[in-house]
Design a protein around this ligand. Structure first.
Ligand code: GDP
Length: 452
């Protein structure tokens, strides 16, 4: 197996940019937690702002006027620095480095303090957009308090009451308006309607055509010509387990088409285009022969394309005991990197274990679509990192500030860190994600946003 494949499930796949990140900064007791609660609509409970108590959550999923973003509460960061102003300034520094927009909260009823000024100095030194919230303006009586915050020199103070909700709409309008252009356009991913799309792949003679016939039957096939794609792409709608499935580009599999093109053409050229349109791939392998380079390459292609994967071992009817033992070893050795893929041992000829194919495909589709809410993810990550911190690199210990799942199909994670995380450590995170959350049958993509 080559090195590329070693890293395939971490470093490749279509990358989705994370949602815009909004970091809430400000000294203790200005009402950061109340504001966070207000913005996320208390969908995820936040621990109260008790001095000395580290908050156990840092990042949340949030939405305003159908724009989604990640809301980060910096309260729990870097509490070891002594002196309030220094501590708050350090938090602001991290926040400014990680966030697309900084939401700076000041208590308007107290006015500008040293700590507020320390934060301001940090924020001015960065080029991040800052939105200033003048909190605790519970009524018109306090409006003039808010005006004084112009003196901070970070722009217009938005008078709000995090507790009562007053003014928070205008504040959030300003936050969203400050997002980078493309982030504002990044709408919810398009919904794919219709039956789930399956690609049946494998090198010539592994039994694709036989399996398709077994599943569909030549005469019950509904042929669905696809306009605008490969000229001769043909999808077939097949009913299995009480559900309709779309088998992608079966033209190359069906004998009547294959005669026109040659089987090799299909194996090499068509795999990629079929994968583009599929959600999940069943890679068929022939157990009567040794695993070939070509088998591994098809599996690699599925992982690289970021599609769900099912490994199907065909011709199980002609497998003897000696060969079976050898095969298990080969699978362990050559397919260890996709140990997360469900596996079925079938025979297209006898129909052995045909009923296991659909559940395996469903498992992969579910793992491929899986999402972990940001709050839950960060709770989990915090425990993981506390128990096993990232290894020190160049004398420094990289910190993982927070993480989000930037996308699904396949699941993509972004770790916001203060330093580079070794591949080994990212693999460790991936392994633990799989152990604790599943993601069975799907590649996982983990990337970093490093703020040194
Ligand atoms: P394709 O090129 O992947 O579409 O493979 P085919 O479906 O054309 O099958 C290649 C050969 O393997 C044919 O001779 C099939 O009869 C045979 N074959 C397919 N599935 C099985 C199976 O489960 N058991 C056995 N013994 N032979 C099979």
């Amino acid at each position: 197996m080559n090195d590329d494949f070693e890293n395939a499930d971490i470093g490749t796949g279509g990358e989705t940019a994370p949602l815009p990140v909004v970091a809430v900064v400000g000294r203790p007791n200005v009402g950061k937690s109340s504001l966070v609660n207000r913005i996320i609509g208390r969908r995820e409970a936040v621990v109260e702002d008790v001095p000395g108590v580290t908050r156990d959550r840092v990042a949340y999923d949030a939405e305003w006027q159908s724009t989604q973003f990640t809301l980060v509460d910096t309260g729990g960061w870097e509490t070891s620095v002594s002196g309030l102003a220094a501590m708050v300034a350090r938090q602001a520094e991290y926040a400014a480095q990680t966030a697309d927009v900084v939401l700076f909260v000041v208590d308007a009823t107290v006015g500008i303090t040293d700590a507020d000024e320390a934060v301001t100095r940090v924020l001015r030194a960065t080029n991040r957009p800052v939105v200033l919230a003048a909190n605790k303006v519970d009524g018109s009586m306090q409006e003039s308090d808010a005006l004084e915050l112009w003196n901070l020199g970070v722009g217009e103070p938005y008078p709000i009451s995090a507790l009562h909700g007053r003014g928070t709409g205008d504040l959030l309008d300003a936050v969203v308006a400050a997002f980078p252009e493309q982030a504002r356009e990044a709408e919810a991913p398009e919904t794919e309607d219709g039956p789930p799309r399956v690609a049946l792949l494998g090198r010539p003679n592994v039994g694709k055509s036989s399996l398709l016939n077994r599943l569909a039957g030549e005469d019950r096939v509904v042929v669905d010509s696809v306009a605008g794609t490969t000229r001769d792409a043909v999808d077939e709608l097949i009913e299995l387990g009480g559900k309709t499935w779309k088998f992608i580009d079966t033209a190359g599999i069906r004998r009547r088409f294959r005669a026109l093109q040659g089987a090799d053409y299909y194996a090499t050229m068509r795999t990629g285009t079929a994968l583009e349109r599929a959600e999940v791939a069943v890679v068929l392998m022939d157990v009567s022969e040794p695993l070939a380079e070509q088998d591994i390459r098809v599996v690699e292609q599925v992982v690289e394309a970021g599609r769900g994967l099912v490994l199907a071992f065909n011709k199980w009817d002609i497998l003897d005991e000696e060969r079976r033992i050898y095969l298990e070893k080969e699978i362990d050795r050559q397919l260890a990197r996709v140990a997360w893929a469900p596996r079925v041992n079938i025979s297209a000829r006898t129909g052995r274990h045909m009923e296991k194919l659909v559940p395996a495909i469903e498992t992969s589709l579910a793992g491929w679509s899986q999402r972990i809410p940001t709050g839950q993810l960060n709770n989990w990550l915090k425990e993981l990192v506390a128990a096993t911190p990232p290894p020190v690199r160049g004398g420094k210990q990289p910190k993982i500030l927070f993480a989000t799942q930037a996308g699904a199909k396949p699941p993509q994670f972004v770790l916001f860190t203060t330093g580079f995380l070794e591949d080994n450590y990212r693999r460790f995170i991936e392994r633990r994600l799989r152990e604790d959350f599943g993601f069975e049958g799907s590649p996982i993509h983990i990337s970093m946003r490093i703020r040194e």
